[in-house]
Design a protein around this ligand. Structure first.
Ligand SMILES: Nc1ncnc2c1ncn2[C@@H]1O[C@H](COP(=O)(O)OP(=O)(O)OP(=O)(O)O)[C@@H](O)[C@H]1O
Ligand SMILES: [Mg+2]
Length: 255
């Protein structure tokens, strides 16, 4: 069975793409067959995985797939043996109206991905920081959500918006959607604030599982800009955290 996981948070800059990228690489390292899917018009995940080759996908990206212009197997980029990508493109935002006006608009991604599922163990979807049709399509297609967040006051309060959206998705389009967990990101021990916030997070949302905390590490930013995974970049702390997260997710969904 293929497991489909969306990486989501309506708040911008919290680490969705960083998690999608390094979780995809991590699962591929662990021998799983992974399809990464970028439904964010900012195409950061696409750029991180295939760099300037994004230009080759003007007419064969996740947007053309969702509008039915191409078949699913025509939109795949091969990153490595175990890791493939359905790219985004800067023209994705122009497809939004077509998708909104189409029939069954919340299920376009789910339908488009279905024929590809037998080829993969995991589908990891990176989503945009807004409550639009792309996020709704991603959550409708998913078995699980992981939510990266920053341990700031508004970061924690903002979780409620995500929980409300998930509840709406469960009622309207995908009753099976489950929260795999929250991923506290950019954690630092330089002050005691993040630790206090982590405690507040647990108190405020006692039913939300907490996954591995990811440390603040400049290497994550550098690796992403260079189109490399954290595992090849040589920052032991950050790569260890992402491998631990990967193994934790494998044990949660495969047991
Ligand atoms: N643990 C971390 N340590 C240091 N920098 C990080 C960490 N996680 C993410 N970053 C950096 O923070 C910035 C935002 O991260 P990222 O792009 O993953 O967030 P996002 O939630 O996908 O943003 P958007 O909402 O715009 O899609 C990037 O420059 C990224 O490299
Ligand atoms: Mg992003």
């Amino acid at each position: 069975m293929t497991v489909i996981i969306s990486v989501a948070n309506q708040k911008g800059g919290v680490g969705k793409t960083t998690v999608a990228l390094n979780l995809s690489y991590g699962l591929a390292r662990r021998g799983r067959r992974v399809l990464a899917v970028d439904v964010d018009p900012q195409f950061n995940l696409t750029f991180g995985l295939i760099g300037m080759k994004v230009l080759d996908y003007e007419n064969s990206n996740v947007g053309s797939l969702m509008t039915g212009e191409i078949r699913a197997d025509e939109a795949r980029a091969v990153v490595s043996k175990n890791l493939h990508l359905i790219p985004s493109h800067l023209n994705l935002s122009m497809k939004e109206l077509d998708i909104l006006n189409g029939y069954n608009r919340e299920r376009k991604l789910h339908r488009a991905l279905t024929p590809l599922l037998p080829d993969y163990d995991y589908v990891i979807i990176d989503t945009p920081p807004s409550m639009g049709i792309f996020l709704i399509n991603a959550l409708t297609a998913s078995d699980y959500v992981v939510i990266p967040l920053e341990l700031s006051y508004f970061g924690i309060i903002g979780m409620q918006l995500m929980f409300n959206l998930m509840e709406m998705i469960r009622e309207e389009t995908n009753e099976n959607l489950r929260l795999l967990g929250l991923i506290p990101n950019k954690f630092t021990r330089q002050t005691t604030v993040p630790k206090t916030r982590l405690k507040e997070l647990k108190e405020m949302y006692p039913n939300a599982p907490l996954l591995t905390t990811i440390p603040k590490a400049i290497a994550l930013e550098r690796a992403q800009a260079l189109g490399r995974s954290i595992y090849d970049y040589g920052d032991a702390r950050a790569s260890k955290a992402f491998l631990r997260l990967t193994d934790q997710i494998i044990s949660l969904v495969e047991s």
